[in-house]
Design a protein around this ligand. Structure first.
Ligand code: RNT
Ligand code: ZN
Length: 418
């Protein structure tokens, strides 16, 4: 892209935004600080590096068989670096407990330790990335329909131990990197068909969480993720939104809002201002549900835009953590990271460029036609010229330029993986 065009378009955009009271440079400074936690599992279809041949279970599914997925830790790291080279600003990497550096050992989930993630910590530091973490309850012989809510003490304790160890690993990561590691707990626990023990399983999950959170840490932050239903677990989800909202509000834990985990007509954006009042911070899993929790690649759609706007309107960029969560195996996986992350950033940028002072003035004076009209006109303001400048300043491809580069990497690297 000609630098000169980008510059010109940017200058015009700055003037155009100034006319509606928006400071573009300030918006760019804010956007630069927004770090998005990239989910490591898009690179390998949620397989991980445990040396056991298991299937993806827990009610989640990847579909598609695009060639070239990362087969080991080195390939995954290489792919992540490739992806981040096309994404402006600095971002984080979100690891699942199954992605440890286990060498050729088989390390069961109740045996994992910070040592298994040491090379990740070092790698992340070298590459100026912070790590986040997740316990992994799925894809394991002991994870049927229930884990932390299992009535069998032995199975439940196994998962409690796993989750406690995961928190200890997150703590070690946070300490090592000098920035809190955010650890997410999502368990798939539920029931395919009707259960007559809804309360029982929820009591057990609550007890397990109480025990897990009993240890206080300084360098990690906990978050708990609810869900509507999983495949094969359609009738009942132990960790529903009500369950975790209550838990988070009562015990001061972050609730993770995965945008695919609600009824399709429910607004996730509307939850931001509620959670901000009752929970310390918010974790997001930005995704794109198509008819169900399908985990399609995030795009710049109305849902994601609304979400970003609600965060910015609440002045809560420092209390809301962006993470991505999708796994599309039908397209180039590096491309999936780049499209989804850039789309999320574009939404945040548009939120930062909203003529909010004027909109609020209209609202305060009951000038409701004016509010609606400006909301409509704002959609067409030249945010894209600002986005291009953001990419240019961050030394990453502007516009569609990354398409050919990712294709090149595919031909030269990923397609050669057999
Ligand atoms: C599943 C949850 C969860 C997972 C990852 C792999 O529905 O969204 O966050 O996608 O932990
Ligand atoms: Zn999620």
């Amino acid at each position: 892209m000609k630098q000169e065009w980008i510059q010109k378009a940017y200058e015009i955009a700055v003037e155009r935004y100034a006319a509606v009271g928006v400071d573009v440079e300030k918006a760019l400074r804010e956007l630069q600080k927004v770090s998005i936690s990239l989910h490591c599992w898009q690179a390998d279809d949620v397989t991980g590096f445990e040396n056991t041949a298991g299937q993806l279970t827990g009610g989640i599914q990847t579909t598609g068989n695009h060639p070239g997925k990362a087969r080991n830790i080195d390939e995954l790291r290489q792919d992540i670096l490739k992806a981040t080279s096309y994404i402006p600003a600095r971002h984080r990497l979100n690891l699942h407990a199954t992605y440890g550096d286990f060498g050729d050992q088989v390390v069961d989930r109740d045996q994992i330790e910070p040592a298994h993630f040491r090379s990740w910590m070092e790698w992340a530091k070298e590459n100026h990335m912070y790590l986040d973490f997740n316990s992994t309850s799925f894809s394991h012989p002991k994870s049927g329909s229930l884990t932390l809510a299992h009535p069998d003490d032995e199975i439940r304790n196994f998962w409690i131990e796993h989750t406690k160890r995961s928190r200890a690993i997150a703590e070690a990561m946070g300490q090592f990197q000098g920035d809190p590691c955010i650890m997410n707990i999502w368990v798939h626990d539920g029931s395919k068909d009707q259960t007559v023990n809804r309360l029982r399983y929820r009591e057990l999950l609550k007890q397990s969480l109480d025990e897990i959170f009993d240890t206080k840490y300084e360098h990690m932050k906990d978050c708990i993720e609810a869900k509507l239903f999983g495949i094969g677990l359609e009738s009942y989800t132990v960790g529903s939104y009500d369950f975790y909202l209550g838990y988070g509000a009562k015990y001061g834990k972050m609730v993770t809002l995965d945008t695919g985990h609600f009824h399709l007509t429910e607004s996730v954006a509307d939850k931001i201002s509620c959670l901000l009042l009752y929970t310390p911070e918010i974790m997001l899993h930005v995704s794109r549900p198509i008819r169900w929790d399908s985990d399609h690649v995030t795009t710049m759609n109305d849902d994601t835009l609304d979400l970003a706007k609600e965060i910015v309107r609440s002045n809560a960029l420092d209390r809301v953590h962006f993470g991505l969560d999708y796994f599309d195996a039908s397209i180039n996986r590096i491309g999936a990271y780049v499209v989804g992350t850039r789309a999320t950033q574009k939404c945040v940028l548009q939120a930062l460029l909203e003529p909010i002072a004027q909109l609020r003035a209209y609202e305060a004076n009951d000038r409701l036609f004016e509010r609606l009209a400006l909301l409509e006109e704002a959609k067409g303001l030249p945010w894209n010229a600002v986005w291009d400048m953001f990419c240019l300043r961050n030394n990453v491809p502007v516009g569609e330029e990354y398409i050919a580069e990712i294709r090149k990497y595919e031909t030269e690297v990923t397609l050669k993986r057999k």
